[in-house]
Design a protein around this ligand. Structure first.
Ligand code: ROI
Length: 161
């Protein structure tokens, strides 16, 4: 555990078994992580699946936490929560009861087998960028302003709930 407080952003997604309840329960779970404070939560969005289309629509949201956990300790906590929601990896890019993606951790660039930061696919994903902009409109990801990423991003497949 490190000394200082870190700012982290977490993407939440679900498309099985009452997806909105999974996301809302997960947001409550985040409030109880050790040495971590839930600081901000975006609205929930309904989104069309990216990847295979023969699966239900997703519910997505983004949360910001302040934490004294290290990146990997936070990842361990998020994966434990996914397991609590009985996540099964049925198939690659297939439906899931709960996905918790560590998107950003301070300004950290990390490339470990278990964890890449910033999250490698986030810049192309409307279901991440729009909710992120709701809670952090002035954010920059590496050298890129979130606002600039959004200029080129279509929101046709997203519905703010
Ligand atoms: N599509 C949407 N809309 N939302 C997600 O959270 C999501 N997660 C995934 C894949 C299967 C890539 N597609 C998604 O992991």
């Amino acid at each position: 555990m490190s000394e200082s407080v870190h700012h982290a952003y977490i993407g939440l997604g679900s498309n099985l078994n009452g997806p909105r309840q999974h996301v809302e329960k997960a947001l409550i779970n985040l409030q109880y992580l050790p040495v971590t404070t839930l600081v901000a939560v975006s609205p929930c969005y309904a989104s069309k699946p990216v990847g295979p289309q023969d699966q239900p629509d997703f519910i997505n949201a983004v949360a910001r936490v302040d934490t004294r956990l290290s990146p990997l300790a936070l990842l361990d906590q998020l994966q434990a929560l996914e397991q609590q929601h009985r996540r099964r990896r049925l198939r690659h890019w297939g439906p899931r009861t709960l996905d918790l993606d560590l998107l950003l951790f301070d300004d950290l660039d990390l490339d470990l087998p278990r964890l890449t930061l910033p999250h490698p696919a986030m810049q192309e994903r409307a279901f991440v960028l729009f909710p992120l902009a709701d809670i952090a409109p002035e954010l920059t990801i590496g050298a890129t302003r979130l606002k600039d990423l959004l200029l080129h991003m279509k929101d046709d497949d997203l519905q703010r709930l």
